[in-house]
Write a new protein. Structure first.
Length: 390
């Protein structure tokens, strides 16, 4: 078999396959470009996001009242321990534990028989002393008459007068013993010294009690007291609002309940004279009505009071505030004439009855976004919200 030999073509014949291939590729690319152009022509352009609609307000100067809120603890207006004033057998308990009682309501009874017997003995002694006094008076009258007639001696008259004076003193002693015995009898009936809520009894009926034994406790909680503290460095510490007296009380509002949403109007009427050296704080006391008894002693409450009044201040709604660029700073969105917003840092003053006081960063007449800050960013345009007029 003859050896294999490659078949040779002329040069122009070898270039023909390459040219044909390039022509096919060019034709395919042209079709693809035409198809893309057609797709682009059929696809509508993306819609532009509408401007966010947010409420806008004008910064104004206005007179404001500055409020501060303090944390306090409730206390009973009066708290009295009911104790035995005589010894004996506790005979009965005459109240329901935990109930509201009036002043003078019966609480306990102690066996009074020994004390009644002592009272009767004292009364008998008083009667005997009175009889002796009556006899001494008759003797004195008779001797004194005889002495006037010169029949009785001076000694007889002096003896009769001394006997009369001794009898008079004996009657007074007997009267005092009757009163003391009567007091002991009265002590066997233990009544409420004040109106309030009476607690659990400390001793059960049937027990022998001694003088001074605690039997129960009564707490008067209407009105309820609130003791609160504030730093001596408080900028309003020297104002009249934080220096109440019984003669110059300060109106205050007690915020009670689990969420401190129940307001009760009352008064601050006391401030401690000295500053607590350990905590550098001052102590104040308020009194608030509690007719329903819903506020109990030793509860944590808040007390809100006006500490100052500013005749003119820049005030904005608290909802207009957002975080500033620096940690712990605050800013607001200021609206320009073209409705574009910019983030402007501000310095906060105290909270007032009309809103947040601004000490720097804003001027009266500027427009700011007052709410809906989550969907905003600096530099965008907004559509101011215009509330409907009624």
């Amino acid at each position: 078999m003859p050896p294999f030999t490659a078949q040779k073509y002329p040069p122009e014949t070898q270039a023909r396959p390459t040219i044909a291939r390039l022509t096919s590729i060019f034709w395919l690319l042209s079709c693809l470009a035409i198809a893309l152009t057609s797709v682009r022509a059929e696809t509508p352009p993306a819609k532009k996001m509408p401007a966010p609609i947010v409420p806008v307000g004008i910064v104004k100067l206005a007179p404001v009242t500055i409020f501060e809120t303090f944390t306090g603890t409730t206390q009973a207006q009066r708290q009295v321990d009911v104790r035995a004033q005589i010894g004996g057998i506790l005979q009965s308990r005459n109240y329901i534990e935990g109930e509201q009682i009036a002043k003078g309501a019966p609480l306990f009874t102690i066996d009074n028989r020994p004390y009644v017997a002592a009272l009767k003995e004292a009364q008998a002694t008083q009667a005997a002393a009175q009889a002796t006094l009556n006899s001494a008076q008759r003797d004195w009258a008779r001797i004194n008459t005889l002495f006037g007639k010169g029949v009785a001696s001076v000694k007889d008259r002096d003896d009769a007068q001394s006997a009369l004076e001794v009898a008079q003193a004996a009657v007074k002693i007997a009267e005092a013993k009757v009163i003391a015995a009567q007091i002991n009898v009265d002590y066997t009936r233990i009544n409420a010294p004040i109106a309030g809520i009476v607690g659990r009894r400390s001793v059960a009926a049937g027990n022998l009690i001694n003088v001074g034994d605690k039997l129960a406790q009564i707490e008067a909680i209407d009105p309820i007291q609130v003791v609160l503290t504030t730093s001596a460095d408080n900028p309003y510490a020297r104002t009249s609002a934080l220096n109440p007296t019984p003669a110059e009380t300060v109106p205050a509002e007690l915020l009670a309940g689990q969420d401190f949403s129940t307001p009760i109007t009352g008064l601050l009427n006391f401030r401690a004279v000295s500053v607590d050296a350990n905590t550098n704080s001052i102590t104040l006391r308020g009194v608030f009505p509690n007719a329903a008894g819903t506020i109990k002693p030793n509860e944590f409450v808040r007390v809100r009071l006006a500490v100052a009044k500013l005749p003119e201040a820049l005030v904005i709604p608290p909802t207009a505030l957002t975080s500033g660029i620096r940690p712990g700073s605050f800013a607001v969105y200021v609206v320009a004439a073209d409705h574009k917003i910019s983030l402007t840092p501000v310095e906060l003053g105290p909270m007032s009855d009309q809103g947040q006081v601004i000490t720097s960063g804003l001027t009266a007449g500027e427009h700011i976004v007052t709410d809906g800050l989550v969907k905003l960013r600096p530099g965008i345009a907004i559509e101011p919200f215009k509330p409907e007029r009624k």
